[in-house]
Design a protein around this ligand. Structure first.
Ligand code: KG4
Ligand code: ZN
Length: 336
């Protein structure tokens, strides 16, 4: 085969997605069916509902991805799927769909780590240069990953409690926002300023770990105390103050790591990479302090969950011959 074409499938949480990726870096198609509306009224992702939606959407997503990419199954080099981390019932739909296609068409089956996918979303935009540092911020994870080469993941720091996206969503709930609140808080933050000066968790500690539970408690206490006194607080300032604290610690720990590791490129990854404040602050600080280190930030369309990023990460596994048998199972707690 002249070029490598991978059909990738992603069903770890609440988006059903299928994509075709050429040579690990070119998007031939990337179909994403979001279920967010079905989970909104429950204030979070309901696992059973997620599984049911994946079952209903998966075949159509795959067919559309194949059609848009204008490829046949015979033209594919392999089938990739997110094996974890994620919701077990949601992952199982993608894993079984991928297994069925791999078996029917005698194609290599490539299991992919969802978080690796978020990192490799950046290769769909520009080449990656190692050693690389990835700030991975999503609904379930917040970690700094140092990579000396493709497929090498060293977690040098991570959250001790809530993930950053999780903190956004919990605080959003306190403000009465619909799930997931992250995007709305980001928008509100633009219209306020950091007047509350919430704590910056672990910012002074000599490590690369994070903690957002103190910030969350400070936020909740501030809102509840005001409620009890019958005071109304400025919602925009609350949002801006929360966001300032999150960005402050994320950027400060990331720059600390860049100072101490021989990093050639910094990549931002995960759903919270869509945060406008974080994108702007990281860009500013990198331009000021490390103008010679390349900074990659995915476009908004590749920050949230999608199968294109799984296809990009799968290409690395394909080249290393990391294939799986038909006994592949979902790994809900998978880490690097
Ligand atoms: O990567 P992702 O789509 O799913 C996981 O793998 O977890 O990340 C979803 C998370 C949610 O917590 C959501 O609130 C957050 O990303 N998020 C944001 C923004 N857009 C999405 N958080 C802050 N600012 C945003 N603009
Ligand atoms: Zn994700």
């Amino acid at each position: 085969k002249e070029s490598n074409l991978i059909l990738a499938i992603e069903t770890s949480c609440d988006e059903t997605s299928a994509a075709v990726i050429k040579d690990g870096k070119e998007i031939c198609s990337n179909i994403v069916a979001s279920q967010i509306k079905s989970h909104m009224r429950f204030g979070g992702v309901v696992p059973e509902i997620a599984s049911r939606h994946h079952v209903e959407q998966i075949t159509q997503c795959i067919e559309e991805a194949m059609k848009e990419a204008n490829v046949t199954y015979e033209g594919l080099s392999g089938v990739a799927v997110t094996e974890g981390p994620g919701l077990v019932g949601a992952l199982l739909i993608g894993v079984n769909a991928a297994k069925a296609i791999a078996f029917a068409h005698q194609l290599p089956l490539i299991p992919v780590n969802h978080m690796a996918g978020h990192i490799y979303a950046n290769r769909l935009i520009e080449p990656l240069t190692f050693p690389l540092l990835a700030l991975v911020v999503s609904g379930g994870h917040t970690e700094l990953v140092y990579m000396e080469k493709d497929g090498d993941y060293q977690i040098i720091g991570e959250t001790r409690d809530d993930a950053s996206g999780e903190a956004y969503d919990k605080v959003g709930r306190v403000l009465g926002l619909t799930y997931p609140g992250g995007k709305r808080i980001d928008e509100m933050a633009k219209m306020g300023s950091d007047t509350f000066h919430f704590p910056r968790g672990m910012i002074k500690e000599n490590n690369y770990d994070f903690s957002f539970s103190g910030l969350k408690s400070a936020f909740i206490n501030t809102v509840h105390n005001a409620e009890q006194k019958g005071e109304t607080l400025n919602q925009f300032d609350l949002a801006a103050s929360f966001q300032a604290s999150v960005i402050d610690v994320l950027v400060s720990k990331t720059l600390k790591a860049i100072r101490e590791y021989p990093v050639k490129q910094l990549v931002l990854a995960g759903g919270v990479a869509a945060n406008h404040g974080l994108r702007a602050e990281l860009t500013n600080r990198m331009n000021q302090e490390f103008p010679s280190i390349r900074l990659s930030i995915p476009p908004l369309s590749l920050c949230g969950d999608n199968a294109a990023m799984i296809g990009a990460a799968a290409y690395v596994e394909f080249n290393s011959g990391n294939f799986s048998g038909y006994d592949l199972n979902a790994k809900p707690g998978l880490s690097f």
